[in-house]
Write a protein that binds this ligand. Sequence first.
Ligand code: SAH
Length: 247
Amino acid sequence: MENLRQGAKRRSMARRIKSIFIAVFLFTCTTGILFAEDPYLTKRNQMVERQIKRRGIKDEKVLDAMMSVKRHLFVPENFRQASYEDTPLPIGFGQTISQPYIVAYMTEAVRLTPRDRVLEIGTGCGYQAAILARLVKEVYTIEIVRSLAESAEQRLLESGYNNIHVKWGDGYRGWPEFAPFDAIIITAAPPSIPEELVEQLKVGGRMIVPAGSFYQELYLVTRTESGYKKKSLMPVRFVPMVKGGDK
Ligand code: SAH
């Protein structure tokens, strides 16, 4: 009787040990596969937790987008290690990709919905456009430096985005063929709020824009029936939005 009970106990212990081994094995395989596929997963998670959530960004969709887009694929290879740091980084041609927090802040502040059509000025490496593309229906983005426009377009296509339209040209002109937009995000600083672009917003549409020359302020502009109203959000530092001549 005693032996039978002991035998059953041993067998159940063996079963338990076996299932623990299987669980540990499966866990190791899964994390191994995930890590091999995306070696920056942990860093991206830390970026979202420490730089973005902790500073007050709450919109779950914005947080998900910041967690999904692989920022390291948008920066030049020699800066890849630093791609999830709390800082802007050079992307060539004297231009920069914005600090992750600023990208998240601007994206949240402009209050997007899944049906929106959004215009971005200053494609740069295409990172902000990729974040937007996860939140809205269509993204139209204009870049004045031809090489940046071309490489961003190729990168975005290769990454599988099919709702981003890239144009090489002068952002001050906007994209009248697709106007009016629900929202406009300007990621270079014009000296003052560009009214020609405000006109490409729907009534009720929002624009987020860092305006000013030396001293810049981030504004949230809302188009009204008779013009627009603006709200000052915070002081910022962006590369200047240049005039493009006859491009
Ligand atoms: N949103 C970008 C960061 C852009 S940096 C990203 O996620 O990487 C600002 C960009 O604005 C630069 O690439 C610069 O060339 C571009 N730019 C400056 N003036 C412009 C203009 N008038 N029209 C369109 N793009 C402009």
